[in-house]
Design a binder for this molecule. Structure first.
Ligand SMILES: [Zn+2]
Length: 390
């Protein structure tokens, strides 16, 4: 087959300031060479020698971090729009770490070939995924999500804003909604109303006080199936998924704040019971239908990428737990894991927060107060801002 090769080489411009700031032993990253070849893109990041790398794959984006490197090249952002690649950014995320961020079209992935001595750089290329893996039916909600994302990206580009190196996009998922009230407190306070208000506050704070874009899985009191929630966040190409809930127990004295992440095995009987309760999704006819186990578990178990996501989720849960709750004035009950349907399909680190026990009279009263909800929202924002999955 005859290959049509168009080579785009961006000449390296040596920046003296970057050189003097970096130590002598730092590996200089000089330029990104991009070749569009017959429906795919070859990328060569020219660098002096091999170094340790760390890859992060999230929906629609591939990021790779290079240890002990300094970028001394010219162009740092390339609009490619071919072979599955939307754009490539080179970012000096830390004084000694260069990152390459590749934004991908749906249905493509990036394969890394490591450091190529002959070519003097790190080699990557795109690969089209099999049609079955790329094809997902689009619901009106997904289309809406895509539209909102496109608008956001346009705004980002027209404003000349730079991508941040850590968390760019977060999906906040207020649990339940519509005819699924979630847990109900002793005086009738509904979980679905509390968590929607907290989620809106988180979004408002993120948009007004940070550069992080926030999306909600539901914006009002309506029902969304659990499966649609992660589909939405995958469409948003979010870096992080945070599901907000309020806990309940038959034991009215149970109190406290908890953080959960997804795992195949529950960390305790209580965690398993909670996952079961949160996994129950009410069908249109009002009949409870358990969604647990309705995904292809074998496939997921052997998906190393997912394991990495779950590990990141665990780390984030622990960070979340150690940072927050201090000022909430309620007991901190710990980090747990269980098989949450809403978390397991997410293609990004994802956690579920049980803010407090709505079944406990004291905590129900707290959950009713706008000041407490604002405090919780600020704790959530604080930890999101500190998140870093490198
Ligand atoms: Zn819930």
């Amino acid at each position: 087959m005859k290959l049509k090769i168009v080579s785009l080489v961006i000449a390296a411009l040596i920046l003296p300031t970057a050189l003097s700031a970096a130590g002598e032993n730092m590996i200089k990253v000089k330029e990104m060479k991009i070749e569009r070849v017959d429906g795919r893109v070859n990328m060569l990041l020219v660098a002096e020698r091999a170094t340790e790398t760390h890859e992060v794959r999230s929906a629609g984006r591939y990021t790779v971090y290079f240890r002990n490197t300094v970028f001394v090249g010219g162009g740092d952002r390339f609009e490619v729009a071919a072979g599955g690649v939307r754009s490539i950014s080179i970012v000096q995320v830390k004084p000694d770490v260069v990152a390459v961020e590749i934004d991908l079209e749906d249905g493509y992935e990036v394969l890394s070939k490591g450091y190529d001595e002959k070519r003097g750089g790190f080699l990557f290329f795109t690969k089209k995924l099999p049609a079955s893996a790329a094809k997902e039916p689009k619901s009106p909600l997904e289309l809406e999500a895509e539209q909102e994302l496109d608008e956001f990206l346009r705004r980002l580009r027209s404003g000349g804003a730079r991508y941040l190196s850590r968390i760019n996009r977060v999906v906040i998922d207020p649990g339940h909604g519509g005819f699924d009230s979630g847990a109900v407190g002793p005086t009738g306070l509904k979980e679905k109303d509390v968590v929607l208000d907290i989620a809106r506050r988180v979004k408002r704070i993120l948009l007004s006080e940070t550069n992080i874009m926030a999306f909600l899985t539901r914006r009002d009191d309506y029902y969304i199936p659990l499966s649609a929630r992660t589909v939405i966040s995958n469409k948003y190409r979010a870096d992080l998924f945070v599901s907000i809930h309020a806990n309940a127990s038959k034991n009215r004295s149970a109190r406290g704040f908890e953080v959960y992440y997804c795992s195949d095995k529950a960390s305790s009987k209580e965690a398993e019971a909670l996952a079961k309760r949160e996994n129950i999704s009410y069908g249109e006819n009002g009949v409870a239908e358990s969604r647990e186990g309705s995904v292809n578990i074998e496939k997921i178990l052997f998906d190393a990428g997912r394991k990495k996501l779950w590990n990141d989720s665990r780390d984030f849960s622990e960070r979340f737990f150690s940072y927050s709750g201090v000022n909430l004035g309620i007991p901190k009950k710990g980090v747990h894991s269980a098989n949450f349907f809403v978390l397991r399909k997410a293609r990004m680190p994802s956690i579920l927060i049980e803010v407090a026990y709505i079944s406990n009279p004291v905590e129900e009263d707290l959950l009713r107060q706008p000041q407490f909800r604002e405090k919780v929202a600020r704790e959530i924002v604080k930890v999101i801002r500190s998140a870093d999955f490198r």
